[in-house]
Design a protein around this ligand. Sequence first.
Ligand code: GLU
Length: 297
Amino acid sequence: MIPIVRQEPILRFAPSPNGRLHLGHALSALTNADMAKAMHGRLLLRLEDIDVLRCTPEFERSILEDLRWLGIDWQQPVRRQSEHFAFYRAALDNLIARGLVYPAFLTRGEVKAKVAAVEDRGEIWPRDPDGAPLYPTDERHLDPSIRRQKIATADRYAWRLDMDRALVEARQACVAPLAWEETGDGEKGLIAADPAAWGDVVLWRSDAPSSYHLSVTLDDAAQGITHVVRGLDLFHATSVHRLLQLLLDLPAPTYYHHRLVLGPDGRKLSKSQGDTALAALRQQGRSSADIRRLVCL
Ligand code: GLU
């Protein structure tokens, strides 16, 4: 008989210390904590601070203070992404060696101009699920000597996934269509992943090394995360994460994308909306129980 090994549920809350936590983060952190408790699992904390210019020790301190005030318990150690650049770089080097990423040199302005030229002719330039234009694919097959020269002289460049090659390799690695198990507040069940909708995503920048997609995928595996609980704004990004998991031979967690807390304008809260900052609400005399009520938990 094959023994059934029951995996202990491991969840994580993964804020970026580039601003103060607001009600949207409170909903995410509390949902993670409540689910970890209900599943008799563990909750880990990860600080996603790869953007070393915008992330500061002050924001980090305020995040820890807000979470403690909310009554959230997490297991030590806290994982700081800025301490793991070598780990992310090793994965990038693996993808470079397999020809799945390429150096991309176009500036934001150059991409904008290319897109505008096409759209001005009345043609459609494809956009990603967040509405941003896809990166042009011309540099996928740049002549190796030109590429070397550009690398030597460019101020900065990024490594981007060659989405076409990645999809070919993914199909060779797995005959079943790429999908993820979703149990959250939106669409549920087995969701078909569509990474091509994002085009050639950035996996590494020279100014803020690594990227959200690469480090989140590697860290979820490194921390043994079994259940990713995060906002519905990241639902479609899961397609890219599933593709990277397949390419890098990493396990796939179950996903729970929760509803978002919206501002009076009907949009997702941002870190600049001071009146929903947890620290401000605390100063106004609100309790952590009030915060639960405010986010309808
Ligand atoms: N660091 C991301 C954020 O603050 C969350 C990433 C995730 O949960 O996957 O929005």
